[in-house]
Design a protein around this ligand. Sequence first.
Ligand code: SAH
Length: 355
Amino acid sequence: MNELGRLIAHRIALTGPIAVSDFMSEALGHPRLGYYRRAAPLGAAGDFITAPEISQMFGELLGAWLAERWQAMESPDLVRLVELGPGRGSLMADALRATQAVPGFHAALDLHFVEINRGLRAAQQAALPTFKPTWHERLETVPAGPTLLIANEFFDALPVRQFEKTGRGWAERMVGVSDDGKALIFALAPGVTPFSSLLPDAKEGAQAELCEAGCALAAAIGARVRQHGGWALIIDYGYNRGHGASLQAVRSHRGAGILDHPGETDLSAHVDFSSLAASAGARTFGPVGQGEFLRRLGILQRADALKARATSEQRLTIDRALQRLIAADQMGTLFRVLAVGDDTSAAPTGFSDAL
Ligand code: SAH
């Protein structure tokens, strides 16, 4: 076991098995040893690559969407532009570059980043040399006011509880320590979980997940846009409705054991968009597939415009990136987009109807 594994095993020895969500919180967020506290997880040399790192088109189109929403809000003089987990800052850099010419937009922006990784905070500032973002550990400290919020691949990193349907009812999957004390292991809690009423009717053996942190965050976002006006865009991989066990571990672009090497392995779970929408307590639109959403925002035209001034080699790269972002067998349908808006809102670009 590594150092964080031993710390977790020590905690379990003192107080008993912990929920999978508690394990995930420690593995990702432990102040010193957590995965997202350590050196750069993203990019070709890290464990995974995200849409804004695949192509500048992603951030550019989202920038245009945000500027249009600002105009739909009647162009307030001050808007909090909030990004949850901005990674290397690429999405925001592309979004702001693409919206430079929108009259009054940049002057109205007050930029806030929710980011726990010190190294990534530095990368974000370097990506945005002419902007002065304020960084936060949590959304709660971002000042109130009209808000435009964006979260790409953030909710999948929030801790989930896992459950299994047994002969006696839904039981929670816990993390304990093996008899010899040398490994962390999964074990079902002996009793029926008090979360049963939130879980679907299912056959014995079925599995389910709940993401309380995701629902609480969706509720906080919904309250913000309801009270002060604004829009949020949540993009992630996941399902429209509940699903089985999806928690996965990735290390250097490969699958890995969930309990092995805590803090050195990326853990993430598919996002259940219906429970986020239900928790938001505000009007929501979608989810729509990322491919459909980006097409409606004009990604094909944007790719053509880029290709018109590119070398033949660059044209190939643009086409490859385009396919990665929108093709159904790549990120086009697994990734989904949910918008949260204030109550009087009509469907924004990219969405045809309310959920
Ligand atoms: N949005 C970026 C990065 C996605 S990776 C992109 O699309 O490329 C997840 C990001 O969220 C990273 O920046 C990570 O450091 C940050 N993060 C993860 N968990 C967090 C938490 N609990 N609070 C704040 N930031 C978090």
